[in-house]
Write a protein that binds this ligand. Structure first.
Ligand SMILES: [Zn+2]
Ligand SMILES: [Zn+2]
Length: 163
């Protein structure tokens, strides 16, 4: 008897629109609360319509936690490791994962970048260690699939996205 299940389910907390919060409350970005959601898409927390501010923090609220904030860089890597391309970053890990799994914008570049890594990078220079999530193109799935760890051939390399 084992209590193990065949799949581990990952649950990412999702921030949702709160209708009771107050649509007109003002964010540090100087725009109202409700503009930080997409009313055409189930109030998806898409970020501020006017300026792209991705997190509503009421004006005047302390932003101390921001100092510890990380970005999640998305870097694609060619087969021979000669070429890496940091295609962008997100403030939320799950957003970065979504981009990779959906191959948004064809970051795979039609086969040129069979590997992809998401790195959690905090503020500073030469920041290390950092959390990494690795992906390899899966021909059957026609998409990137997560792999449990960094491929051996990359063992002598680190800090792919930035720094
Ligand atoms: Zn804002
Ligand atoms: Zn704004």
């Amino acid at each position: 008897m084992t209590k193990e299940t065949p799949y581990l389910i990952e649950q990412n907390p999702i921030k949702k629109y709160n209708p009771n919060y107050g649509d007109d409350r003002i964010c540090n970005c100087d725009h109202p609360y409700y503009r930080h959601f997409d009313s055409y898409d189930n109030n998806y927390p898409c970020g501020c319509k006017y300026c792209g501010c991705c997190e509503f923090i009421e004006k005047g609220d302390k932003v101390e936690e921001k100092r510890d904030r990380a970005i999640y860089t998305i870097t694609t890597i060619s087969l021979n490791l000669q070429n890496t391309r940091c295609v962008g970053y997100c403030f939320k890990n799950h957003e970065a994962i979504e981009i990779v799994l959906q191959n948004c914008g064809d970051i795979y570049e039609a086969g040129y970048y069979p590997y992809c890594v998401i790195e959690e990078v905090k503020a500073g220079i030469y920041v290390f260690p950092r959390k990494e999530m690795w992906f390899e193109w899966n021909v059957l799935l026609k998409g990137y699939g997560e792999i449990p760890k960094k491929p051996k051939k990359f063992n002598n390399t680190c800090c792919f996205g930035i720094g």
